[in-house]
Design a binder for this molecule. Structure first.
Ligand code: PDD
Length: 291
């Protein structure tokens, strides 16, 4: 058996094997977590909802005042090259931009070149067992800052929250701020209540998920009852379905919350419907009829 070919990454103008990619220790991403990122799924060699990811990247950079070092066409070229160099197929692209290298000082450096790093990870589909039975989640206090709409690489609170969930046997932490659901540690949250799909409106307390937006788009297109509204922590207990969504988990049904059964304890009919619509949408991308 031959060794798998090495993962090729892009770093500041060069394509090189992952093992050879190094950044200076004074990179502000390393010192301060001063940067933003995107995770973009790739199906059959094609980046999923690329224009949406590039728009959110631009929004994140503008919010933290990093000048975008590339046009959308250049980003597309860089991303497609990394995909090709990693043999196409299904992958997950991780892309990060930091404020660059400068002597450690909290204030912005006078002039630095942003550091750009793009790598390809294996796309690991959600195990069939989790789609069959759903996963557990717990609720935790949303201990994060007030700019959660920015896709910042500074993820220490998210890491601590996810780890707490994992240590309690749960797949995700659903976060509560002042009694309201914001999102998951690395996902957006939906519930189904009296047959209506509900997700919190977009604001500074949550990341505007690309998967979330697609679910909303599909619900609208296919006439599924849908509403953007505040979800109270208590609504989680009475919901007939709970889902968490992300680029890596797609739409994951939650069938236990804080140790209690959600609905029938199995992924519900609205999830089944939405999951099918989402898979069909992906299939259309694979066969080249959508972007
Ligand atoms: N995270 N909210 C948070 C806090 C997230 O970290 C993510 C995704 C989402 C869902 O966004 P999207 O649908 O665009 O993936 C919501 C990625 C996958 C990550 O950090 O790995």
């Amino acid at each position: 058996m031959t060794d798998p070919s090495p993962s090729i990454v892009y770093l500041n103008g060069n394509y090189l094997p992952l093992e050879e990619a190094c950044v200076p220790v004074l990179d502000r991403g390393f010192i301060f977590g001063d940067g933003v990122y995107e995770v973009i799924p790739v199906y059959a060699g094609k980046p999923f909802r690329l224009a949406h990811h590039l728009q959110r990247l631009q929004n994140s950079m503008a919010a933290v005042r990093i000048d975008n070092p590339h046009s959308d066409a250049e980003w597309q070229q860089l991303i497609e090259t990394v995909i090709e160099r990693n043999d196409g197929g299904d992958q997950s692209i991780y892309l990060q931009v930091t404020r660059g290298v400068a002597a450690r000082d909290h204030r912005f450096p006078g002039s630095t070149m942003p550091s750009v790093f793009i790598m390809s990870n294996l796309f690991t589909p959600v195990p069939a067992e989790q789609l069959q039975n759903g996963v557990s989640a717990i609720t935790l206090d949303d201990i994060r800052w007030q700019y959660c709409h920015i896709k910042s690489i500074a993820l220490l609170p998210n890491i601590l929250l996810r780890q707490q969930a994992v240590e309690q046997g749960a797949a995700e932490a659903i976060l509560i701020r002042a009694g309201d659901v914001t999102e998951g540690a690395a996902s957006n949250v939906f519930i189904v209540s009296e047959g209506v799909i509900v997700t919190p409106p977009k604001d500074d307390c949550l990341l505007p998920g690309i998967t979330r937006d697609l679910v909303v788009e599909l619900a609208t297109q296919h006439g599924l009852p849908y509403r953007e509204a505040v979800i109270k922590k208590s609504d989680l207990q009475s919901a007939s379905e709970i889902w968490v969504t992300s680029s890596t988990k797609e739409i994951l049904p939650v069938t236990r919350i804080d140790g209690k059964t959600v609905g029938t304890g199995k992924p519900g009919p609205v999830w089944q419907h939405m999951h099918r619509l989402y898979q069909d949408y992906k299939q259309a991308l694979r066969s080249g009829t959508t972007a």
